[in-house]
Design a protein around this ligand. Structure first.
Ligand SMILES: [Zn+2]
Length: 429
């Protein structure tokens, strides 16, 4: 652009900045991190399942579009839901991403695709008529960008280079999560503890009918529909110094705090680190539950070492300050320069409302057949069939019901059920 060149002439002090920016962009392009990973588990009930897949490709056949997936599924009431989710969740998520996107657009499309994939997996599993449910913590690592989607309480933490530990998931447990407790109650669930003979109450808060301690899961057709499969999603970009992810089932987190788990394995390579975390949890509490841990190191290409222990003065740092992504593109490049060592937060959303999570379609992309598709299950819809995700809402304005994304009748029914307003109920106007 001519104007930029003119400015450069008038302000020679900007030249080094421009050079620095282009140098940074160039090196970022070249620097793909190395992903090292390991896994360890001790089984008690045989209901923990996991997935580690490092050869996924955004563009089939193009090795430079490779990304990795790591996931933990902690089943309850049997293992059927965990097994099914392990088999199908990845393809359901990828199937909800429009074709032909570039890398940045693909990453931006992920949060919504994750919501669609989780709901589709839940809907399909429930249609098989099997009881049982599962947590799902699903982590996609694409170069330095980490996207985590989760229902339930299989936590994923990030030990960023420098020793700052943060949680990339939210625990969907009724006992600890007040917001979820209120949502479940507002949708018609009863929250309370088990009572034993004599009236004494024991154990954690549960949701009735069903008696589940979790407020979100995949499966669980025999509990209320307010136990939803809509995941909390967080997307962050690591600094080029990298970091370590620890993904584990509650067998770990009931014994160890995030901080303790991270500290217990610092300096060890991923495989040994996973074993060390499991060992530490068993030492603390014994084998009370299935205990599964995946450790993923995202490190610079030339760095064969795992994240090193932090310098002493940083040991007291308990929380990581995320830097919000700037929407101001003019500001973006200069901010990038100051991002050394800081994790950039790209996306975070935890609402249980499907309409909020699917958002508005700014550019509805018709499927290859020229029809619209259901935003959740991806079936083709004739123009007359699709029901806008926004239709029928109490606050909807007249124009919104015609706006995408659209749902098939089945998914629309599921959406209403999850929000406690089935057509048979009294809440719908
Ligand atoms: Zn559908």
């Amino acid at each position: 652009m001519a104007s930029r060149d003119e400015r450069r002439h008038h302000h020679p002090d900007l030249v080094p900045l421009a050079a620095l920016i282009s140098k940074e962009l160039r090196s970022e392009k070249m620097e793909k991190p190395t992903v090292r990973y390991g896994h360890a588990a001790q089984s008690r009930k045989g209901e923990d399942y996991f997935l580690m897949k490092t050869d996924c490709q955004r563009v089939p056949g193009n090795s430079s579009s490779t990304f990795s997936v790591f996931a933990i599924f902690d089943g309850h009431n049997g293992n059927a839901a965990a097994v099914y989710t392990r088999e199908h969740l990845l393809s359901h998520v990828l199937g909800a991403i429009p074709h032909g996107l570039g890398r940045d657009e693909w990453l931006q499309a992920l949060p919504r695709a994750l919501v669609a994939g989780f709901v589709k997996t839940d809907k399909e599993f429930q249609s098989r008529g099997e009881t049982s449910g599962t947590t799902a913590t699903f982590v996609i690592v694409d170069r330095w960008t980490v996207t985590v989607a989760s229902v339930g309480d299989s936590r994923c933490i990030l030990d960023a280079q420098g020793g700052a530990v943060s949680t990339l998931t939210v625990d969907h447990r009724l006992e600890e999560n007040v917001e979820e407790r209120e949502r479940v109650a507002a949708s018609g669930g009863e929250v309370g503890r088990l009572s034993i003979v004599g009236g004494a109450e024991i154990g954690p808060l549960r949701c009735w009918p069903g008696g589940l301690c979790l407020s979100r899961s995949i499966g669980d057709m025999d509990v209320g529909e307010f136990i939803v499969p809509i995941p909390y999603v967080k997307q962050v970009k690591l600094s080029s110094a990298g970091g370590r992810l620890i993904i584990a089932s509650d067998g770990i987190w009931d014994s160890l705090s995030s901080e303790t788990a991270a500290q217990s394995c610092r300096g060890l390579p991923a495989e040994l680190a996973a074993r060390q975390v499991v060992k530490e949890a068993l030492r603390t509490r014994g084998l009370k539950d299935d205990t599964t841990c995946i450790v993923v190191d995202v490190v610079p290409l030339d760095n064969s070492l795992p994240p090193s222990p932090p310098p002493k003065k940083h040991n007291k740092l308990k929380t990581l300050l995320f830097r919000k992504k700037s929407h101001d593109s003019a500001n973006k490049l200069s901010k990038k320069l100051s991002a050394v060592g800081i994790v950039e937060e790209l996306f975070e959303e935890g609402s249980a409302m499907l309409a909020e999570r699917l958002g508005n379609d700014e550019c509805t992309v018709p499927s290859t057949s020229g029809l619209f598709t259901c935003a959740v299950c991806q079936v083709d819809l004739a123009p007359s069939e699709g029901i806008s995700v926004h239709a029928g809402g109490i606050f909807s304005t007249s124009s919104i019901p015609w706006q995408g994304p659209f749902l098939c009748a089945d998914c629309r029914y599921k959406k209403d059920a999850m929000e406690g307003k089935r057509p048979s109920g009294v809440k719908v106007a």
